[in-house]
Design a protein around this ligand. Structure first.
Ligand SMILES: Cc1cc2nc3c(=O)[nH]c(=O)nc-3n(C[C@H](O)[C@H](O)[C@H](O)COP(=O)(O)O)c2cc1C
Length: 341
């Protein structure tokens, strides 16, 4: 695809994500089906609640990642730098958007370079599994990590999005074999992630032997990328059932946790509050990721991104205090209450 087309599509993606109705409307994350156990006698001091986490060998001050969003498009450099500055200040991790554009067009690399402003951040690069099927291999995966100084690489799977995109990648046959060939050779931890339609336990089990260092369930209930593609393509949503398809984030998390008991998990897709983060940890995630709510703030300033994330972290701390849990290991063993009615 010529770079102009790719750049134009990325521009439309950002515009639609900023303005369009891109959230699921008939499906929710499923977090609302659980309550955190409220401890009216907490035996806890708010000030001593510890939200520190470890993920992929790095320490985070809170169990949060900025979700994969962009790079290569106009405005992408501003967005990525503001996200990265906020991540550095708060001690949370950051996922970059797909680096395909950067591999094909080296001039796009600058928009992904954030290490100068985020030297300590857990930084995760990003490539699509469809690109592996189409011919990208170990070299491209290693370049995606090395050229931006990333600590790890996320490989996204997005067949629903691609199927609805005009000219999208619809050849997925052989995808598992490509993952099995490439992932062990990258030389850095590799995560598997969806883009908001979710992974099932069966899918996770089917790639258990590949050697993913972590899995991001990226479930339904937040941003629907099928919806984004319909809005980009037609200006409105034509196929409602397709754009609402997906495994709700909480369900995906429970299923994948059961399928891969030893693999660290990221909970994402519609994570919006500190209470969502707390529920995700209690359901088996190591960290949670938030994407679209940070897009508009990232166009504004690092302060604006920091304000949103700091709010989520503070909610998490208050929630932990009110459950009487002192740290994330205690939160991880907390039993959620199914919400009745
Ligand atoms: C503007 C934007 C661009 C995105 N680009 C990518 C991408 O390049 N690679 C990827 O794996 N996911 C991408 N995503 C998907 C997110 O990482 C995330 O999985 C999804 O948006 C669901 O999370 P949310 O409900 O918090 O937005 C993008 C999301 C947004 C909002």
């Amino acid at each position: 695809m010529p770079s102009d087309d790719l750049a134009a599509r990325k521009r439309r993606h950002l515009d639609v994500c900023l303005t369009g109705p891109v959230g699921y409307t008939t499906r929710t994350t499923g977090f609302e089906r659980y309550d955190l156990p409220y401890a009216a006698l907490p035996e806890s001091d708010l000030d001593s609640v510890d939200t520190g986490a470890r993920f992929l060998g790095k320490r985070l001050r809170a169990p949060l990642l900025i979700g994969a969003m962009t790079g290569g498009a106009e405005r992408a450099a501003t967005i990525n730098r503001n996200l990265a500055i906020a991540a550095q200040r708060l001690g949370v991790g950051m996922m970059l958007g797909s680096q395909r554009v950067m591999l094909a067009h080296p001039e796009a690399r600058a928009s992904f370079e954030v290490r100068d402003v985020a030297p300590d951040v857990l930084l995760i690069g990003n490539l699509g599994a469809a690109q592996l099927v189409a011919g990208y291999g170990v070299d491209e995966a290693r370049r995606a990590v090395a050229e931006v100084g990333a600590d790890a690489l996320a490989i996204h799977v997005n067949p629903l999005q691609e199927a609805l995109q005009e000219g999208g990648d619809v050849r997925w046959r052989g995808v598992r074999a490509r993952l099995a060939a490439v992932v062990p050779e990258v030389g850095a931890p590799v995560l598997l992630k969806e883009v908001g339609h979710g992974l099932t336990g069966a899918i996770a089990r089917s790639v258990a032997a590949v050697g993913f260092a972590a899995v991001d369930v990226a479930g339904a209930g937040g941003t629907s990328w099928a919806r984004v593609e319909e809005l980009v393509r037609y200006g409105s949503v034509r196929r409602l059932e397709l754009v609402e398809w997906g495994i709700p984030t909480a369900e995906a998390l429970v299923e994948v946790r059961g399928a891969l008991p030893g693999t660290p998990l990221v909970a994402s897709g519609g994570v919006r509050t500190g209470l969502d983060v707390a529920k995700a940890i209690a359901l088996g995630a190591s960290v949670a990721a938030i994407a679209r709510p940070l897009l508009a703030p990232a166009l504004e300033s690092a302060d604006a991104v920091e304000a949103v994330l700091a709010g989520v972290i503070e909610e998490l701390r208050v929630a932990m205090h009110l459950m009487g849990v002192a740290d994330l290991s205690a939160l991880a063993t907390t039993r959620l209450r199914p919400r009745v009615g």
